[in-house]
Every structure is written in C-alpha cells, then in structure tokens.
Design a protein around this ligand. Sequence first.
Ligand code: PFF
Length: 486
Amino acid sequence: MTREKPKNLWLSRWGFILAATGSAVGLGNIWKFPYITGEYGGGAFVLMYLACILAIGIPVMMTEIALGRRGRGSPIDAIARVVRENGSNPLWRGVGLMAMLAGFMILCFYVVVAGWAFAYTWKMLDGSLAATSVEALGQVFEQHNANPWLLGGWSVLVALLTLWIVAKGVQKGIENSVRWMMPGLALMLLILVGYAFTSGSFSEGFAFLFSFDASKLTGEALLAALGHAFFTLSLASGAILTYGSYIPDGQSIARTTFMVAIADTCVALLAGLAIFPVIFANGMSPAAGPGLIFMSLPLAFQQMPFGTAFGVLFFAMVSIAALTSAISMIEATVAYLNEKYGISRVKAAIGSGAVLLVISLLAMLSFNLLSGWTPLGKNFFDWLDYLTSRWMMPLGGIFMVVLAGYALRGEIMRDELNLPPAGYALWLFMVRYVSPVLIMIVFLHALGWLGFDPLVRWYWIAGAIGLLAILGELFAPRVRLVLANR
Ligand code: PFF
C-alpha cells in the first residue's frame, strides 16, 4: 500500500522539537507544577512525577508521534489511514476525533488563564499590583475576573494571536514563531533562576524541590503526578499527533521524544527554582494553591531589589509559554478542516476561531455574569477542564496505546519507531502492560470509582461491559483475520 505523501513538513530537524517543546511547556509547567508540588510537599512529589513521565509520558508520546507520522495527517485522518493499512475497524478514528475535540476544548479555557498571564505582565508594569498583602492581591485578581470586558479583552487577545500564527501555516506561522519564542523563553527562565539564586532563599527553595521525605509518598500525590504527566506533555489532545505528522521520515522518534520530555521537565524544575526561593525569601507558604503565581509571587517580587522588572519578565515568560501551547491546541482542527474540506488555513482559522470565541466567552463569563450558572455543580470553565483532563485525555491515551500495542500488526509500529530490538521490546512492554494499567487507575480514581462503596460496583460492571463491547467491535477484524489464518 502506498503511504500518504505529507502535505506539510518541518523545515529543519529542530522544527518539531521546538514546536512540540513549545506545546508541552506551558501553564502546566510554570503555573500548575509549582503549586501542586507545593501542595504535595516537594521532593517526593517531584520524584513521582519523574517516574510518571518515564512510565507513561514517554511511551505514549512516542506512540502518538508514530501514529501521526505513519498516517500523515490530522488525528482523525492519520488514525483512519493507519487502521486502513492494518485492515482494522475504521471506528478507531473516533479516537482521533476525541483527541482533536479535547485540544479544542482545552483551548477554550486555556485562553482565559493565558489572558491572566498577559494581563499580569501589564499590571506588573502599571503599578496595579503594588499592594502590601496577599489578601489585597487576591482582591486585585477577583476584580479583574469580575469585569467581563477586562477578562474577555485579554483572552480575546490571546485567541487572536494564536489564530494569526496558526493561519500563517506550519512553517511560516508555527515553526517561524517557535524558532524565536522558545530560545527567548529559555533565556528568560535562566535569568529568573539567576535572580532567585542571587536574591532569593535559593538553598531553601532547592531543598524544598529536591529533598526527599518518604512520608510524603502518598497515593493521592501519585495520582496527581500521573494526571499531570498527561497534561504537561500535551498528550491525547491532538497536538503532538498532528505535529508528529510533519516530521520527515528518517528522524528518530525516540530521540526526539526524549528531547521534548527532558526539556519539558527541566522547565518545570527550573520554574520551581525561580519561584520557590522568591516565595521563601519573603516568608510565604509554598502551598498557596492556584493563586501562588498570581497572588503570592507578585507581592514577593515587589519586596525585592529590581523586583518589578523581574516580575514583568516572569509574566512575559508565562505569556510566551502559554501562547506556544495554545497554537498547538488548535492546529489539529485547522489541519483537519484544511485536509478534509480543502478550506484554506486562513479560512479554517477564522471559522474555528469564531467557534472558539463563542465557547471561550462562556468560560470567561463563568467568572462573572454566569458565575451562578453551575449545572451539576460546576461552572462552564470547570466543566471544560473536568471533561478534558478527567475523561477525554486519559480515555484517548488508553485507546491510543491499545491501538498501537494490541490492534496494529507489529511491523507498522516497528517500522515507524525504527528502534533497536531491545528498545522496541521495552516500548511494547510499556504500551501493552504498564501505561494502560496506570492510566486506567488514574482514570477510575479521578472519577471516584475506586472507592469501596458497594453502589460504585454497578458503575464498574456497566463500564466494563461498555468497554468490552467497544473493544470487541474495534478488534473484530483482527480476530477474524487471526482465526481465518489458522
Ligand atoms: N502542555 C501544556 C501545558 O503544560 O501547559 C498544556 C497542553 C498543550 C495540553 C497542548 C494539551 C495540548 F494539546
């Protein structure tokens, strides 16, 4: 069977590495990782997180890239082509659809958080963060969110920048922009770590991140680490698969994956080293939760020499990190519309942008006008987050590793990954036995189904029957083939 010719390819070997690192490094690294590390007590959490990156993150990322490059296209089409080549059920492309939708839905609330980062760069400059207590800064944050025009304006700015870059194309838009944004981000981060080293309580921050306390190795922390590994590497949301489809043949998927995962992890740890010393130098708590960078940190910066300048630099860095992630979330949709319906990228970006603006408007209004609208106990913003990170990403991840590890003929992935035999065997072992089991545990726990409540068992049974039915349907051609060949 002839392979699909790629429509787009990265110009240089670094194209994918920079773009995928740009996708991976985002609010997850600079906003979420430091505060969950703070909440779960530091070093022990960091260790569990590293283990999860190795056990799930890397094998799943390799799988996604390989599926993308083999099928050469947006998630739906790439998976459809791979399963056609394999003679499997075309329904598998639903996994691509779910991933694409997940990326789009994440973007709908991500633009709001990214908008905070952009707004705070400005606020740091114009003096509106010159408060003297964390409480006062909490009020600044609340006032910002209570004003739909302000909150909406910054989010729309992020959305427009994102769409503009994506509309310009894979090479001229995405690759060109990450080529300067990623080195810029690395430089800013190093300057901030240098600042924390010279002006903050560096040894205290360092000890907090890296000293190991076995009593903190709890199941709860492990689950948080597992869930975060998925989000931080942008897995099962269409981004990595689509970017992977632009990698030239012959570039090593394993080596590339390791580079992206290492870069992502280094940024998370360096962000911790930039933030915690500053927090400790001002006697604040590392466990301040989601407000850590928007409330505690601005105050801490202001109490330090040249703090305002470094505060501006910090929020500018967060803004760039968020923007390079945002573009990857919508690329799958734009690529799909372009490929499937022949719509130009500009029109595809405008069309999907219009839908994005409507849905993200609801996410913005969750903080003010629509804050009272909480169907089933969650506002719209929380629903988007909940559906994507609790359901769609883990489910998508399981289906992808099951597809690659069980449903596809061995030679497809072996060809694409092109690893030495021991490396291939290790990958296969991980995607067959380790990753799906670990993801399943996080998934069930996150849904609260790992309790001992007898009622909960009905969910288990119904869920297991449903899953078996879907898997049976998906595997039917393969099973028939095996039986027929006997
Ligand atoms: N990896 C990004 C972060 O850590 O902020 C989030 C993300 C990007 C998730 C792209 C999903 C995605 F498709």
